[in-house]
Design a binder for this molecule. Structure first.
Ligand code: BGC
Length: 756
């Protein structure tokens, strides 16, 4: 009797909470802690209800338990804005008219700001939009490390350096979650290319895993306390990463103490026993891999649905395994749609647009500025020819799951036209590529020769040409699902730039990409801005920088190699990227009864990350391969001096902190911002090490002529390396070099310190 009464009270509490939340009111819960609430609910759930909490009920939602008032979970991509509503059971858009949002700049741009505070604003404002759209989980941010410029999804990530990605991802996640919306950090782990992503098996050393590929996930979990994490499609050491004994059970949930949910990528689960026992909590998206698109009740066929239930009933899988998952999915609810005082959120408001613009203009990187080509003053009599398809093409459409439906998207052309009121701004496309569609390359529909002829004519009569080109969000460009296939610019742009430069030397390039590109045309352009994918406010942000209203302060979050084979992943050939098929004929022929997916897994391509820890600038520096543009590089319209550089001591204990101090002076003619970067190396190391690694940075704003003293503190523990023989982090005592500068290849001073 007593038990029944308690149950009724709990159920009533849940129902009350849920109905109030539906009205967007904040509610208070009975004053008992979440874990004990979860325990009480667990005892009320049937086996079937518990299993139902562990898999999708539609493309982007999971079931609740109606009779107990446990709400559904609703998710949305991520990571640059809240995606438009998708249909219940297909990838088609649902056609809502109230789901347009603010498109924030791509994460490469956010990383390029080197401004963690701005990452916090980005996350918070984006989280508000997710909350407004009634989402419980935002599928982002992405922190896969930039390994190759071919990866079609690099634009969704935060660059090649684990320290930079870690520093930027923490405030992003905290910001999102302040809204009672879970950030879902993805794709865990080693999803560093799109080509063959569903099957490729990654082989990488423990050292590179822990030092390069996992740190940003680790801080997402331990420092930012992310409530959700998404598995990846690929395999690692022969096992799918979404249900991985080492990655999920041992490292994530064991060593790191993660108490949130692991969500599969859409269709990345492959096996009931592994999904159950290796830490997958919520299975999403299955059905695109042969389980059938249209099968009735196909969600019940998921690996974590009926097949899971069967194995629980027969005892093949223990109920404790299920209970652990249920605890996590209920915890997710208490953190999101059952949480107290959940704010209401808002979308498309001026503050969000301003944050999007600020991130966009702060992330733009000035790469070249011969004869002070930029900024361009607005004046009567000046004719600016804006040439290139990217001047008008939407860059929020396409790209895969990060595609957005912004309320508006200011194109570069519109931004420039609105900013330049006295000058004459003319435009022609110059080149055209087909429309963007997932997995399909559409050919151009216009006559490229006529476009080129017109562009040259326009360039001839202009005083200044701004070429707006680069890549776009189509298949085989900067897009999910596959990788780029050429390092150079596509759609005849290289030739077009050559032709334009013959008739007008006053040529600047606004490069719109999420990746580095080869630049055989570099000496033909006087000015070069890397402007990424900037979202709703793209054109305004570009005009801010082109006009000088904003002084550029972005720094590259990844290296631009001169040629593809200068990049470490490509240097080692196809075994390193994209991998090779180890054709296991014996397995294929003997196991005719294997399911398609299983056969595929027997013959999956394998790739070996042969460069180990030497990713990005670590490779270029250590092997002395000069990059075209280095990690951390970016010019300004003003100039800075970094001087009086010193450390607070010469010797440090292993649990100490090194504080580096320097004076930064703005020696030019306008206000600006500089990023002081601290790299540390150990040239006499007994083990292989990169020449130097980023360990600290700070962005400092300075008025013209102003001088500031800045201090950056590095925990000595950050100098540890991952010792494979001990399977743990380890120290090398002795001397270290501290490099202080404003780019990985522009060091003002090197200090020596000793660690005892
Ligand atoms: C992507 C994820 C995305 C999911 C849902 C997958 O194909 O890899 O990043 O969140 O789809 O759209």
């Amino acid at each position: 009797m007593k038990i029944i009464l308690i149950r009724v009270i709990i159920v009533a509490g849940l129902i009350f909470t849920f109905s109030c939340n539906k009205e967007n009111k904040s509610v208070s819960h009975p004053n008992i802690n979440i874990e004990s609430k979860i325990d009480s609910i667990l005892s009320l759930l049937t086996l079937e209800e518990k299993v139902d909490l562990c898999h999708a009920q539609s493309k982007f939602s999971t079931k609740g338990v109606e009779r107990l008032g446990i709400p559904e979970i609703w998710m949305s991509d991520g990571p640059h804005g809240v995606r438009a509503e998708i249909s219940w059971d297909s990838w088609d858009y649902a056609g809502w008219t109230n789901d347009s949002i603010t498109a924030f700049p791509a994460l490469t741009c956010l990383a390029a700001t080197f401004n963690p505070e701005l990452a916090g604003d980005y996350g918070f404002n984006l989280g508000e939009e997710a909350r407004f759209r009634n989402k419980d989980v935002l599928l982002g941010p992405g922190v896969n490390i930039y390994r190759t410029p071919f990866n079609g999804r690099n634009f969704e990530y935060m660059g090649e350096d684990p320290f930079l990605a870690s520093t930027m991802v923490v405030p992003y996640i905290k910001g999102v979650q302040k809204n009672g919306v879970a950030a879902c950090v993805k794709h865990y782990a080693l999803n560093n290319q799109e080509h063959w992503r569903d099957e490729v098996n990654v082989e990488v050393s423990d050292r590179a895993l822990h030092e390069i590929y996992l740190p940003a996930f680790k801080v997402a979990v331990q420092d930012a306390k992310a409530w959700a994490l998404m598995g990846a499609y690929n395999k690692f050491r022969g096992q799918y990463t979404t249900h991985h004994e080492l990655l999920t059970n041992k490292i994530l949930k064991g060593d790191w103490g993660y108490d949130g949910v692991v969500i599969s990528d859409w269709s990345s689960a492959h096996n009931t026993l592994e999904a159950a026992n290796n830490g997958l909590d919520i299975e999403m998206g299955t059905g695109t891999d042969g389980l059938g698109f249209t099968t009735e009740n196909h969600y019940s066929k998921y690996y974590l649905a009926d097949p899971f239930l069967e194995k629980l009933k027969t005892g093949e899988i223990s109920e404790e395994v299920l209970n652990d998952k249920v605890r996590r999915v209920l915890r997710l609810r208490y953190r999101t749609n059952l949480s107290e005082n959940r704010p209401l959120g808002r979308a498309n408001n001026i503050e969000h647009h301003e944050v999007a613009r600020e991130v966009a203009s702060e992330g733009i990187v000035l790469l070249k500025n011969e004869d002070n080509f930029f900024p361009i003053k607005d004046k009567a009599g000046l004719t600016i020819a804006v040439i290139g398809e990217n001047a008008t093409r939407s860059m929020t459409a396409g790209g895969g799951s990060s595609e957005l439906k912004p309320k508006f998207e200011i194109s570069p052309l519109q931004g420039i036209q609105e900013r330049y009121r006295k000058a004459t701004v003319l435009h022609t496309m110059g080149f055209e590529s087909g429309r963007s569609e997932y997995d399909i390359v559409h050919p151009s529909t216009l006559d490229q020769d006529s476009l080129k002829v017109e562009a040259i004519k326009l360039a001839e009569k202009a005083d200044i040409v701004l070429f707006v080109g680069g890549l776009n969000k189509s298949h085989l460009q900067d897009c999910e699902g596959d990788d780029r296939q050429q390092y150079g610019l596509p759609f005849g742009q290289e030739e077009l730039i050559g032709e334009i430069s013959k008739v007008n030397k006053n040529l600047g390039f606004i490069l719109v990409t999420g990746n580095s590109v080869e630049m055989p045309w570099l000496d033909k352009v006087k000015g070069l801005l890397e402007t990424w994918y900037l979202g709703s406010m793209a054109g305004h942000a570009i005009a801010d920088v082109v006009s000088g209203d904003v002084n550029p302060s972005g720094k590259l979050p990844f290296t631009f190699p001169k040629k593809l084979t200068d990049n470490a992943a490509h240097y080692f050939g196809v075994e390193s990227y994209p991998g090779v098929h180890i054709n296991n004929e014996k397995t294929r022929n003997s196991e005719t009864a294997l399911l398609n997916a299983e056969i595929k897994s027997q013959v999956s391509p394998t790739q070996e990350y042969k460069e180990g820890i030497l990713v990005g600038y670590r490779w270029h520096d250590t092997k002395e391969i000069e990059p075209l543009y280095a990690f951390g590089y970016g010019l300004s319209y003003t100039s800075f001096n970094i001087e009086n550089i010193s450390a607070d001591n010469e010797t440090f204990n292993q649990d100490g902190k090194i504080t580096i101090t320097c004076d930064v002076t703005n020696t030019g003619d306008m206000a600006g911002a500089e990023v002081v970067q601290i790299y540390i190396g150990k040239s006499d190391s007994k083990i292989e090490r990169a020449k130097k690694e980023l360990k600290g940075f700070t962005k400092v704003n300075l008025e013209k002529g102003e001088n500031k003293t800045v201090s950056i503190t590095v925990d000595v523990s950050k100098l540890k390396y991952y010792n494979e023989s001990k399977s743990d982090w380890d120290f090398e005592t002795g001397d270290y070099e501290i490099y202080v500068g404003n780019a990985s290849n522009n060091i003002s001073k090197t200090l020596k310190v000793t660690v005892l």
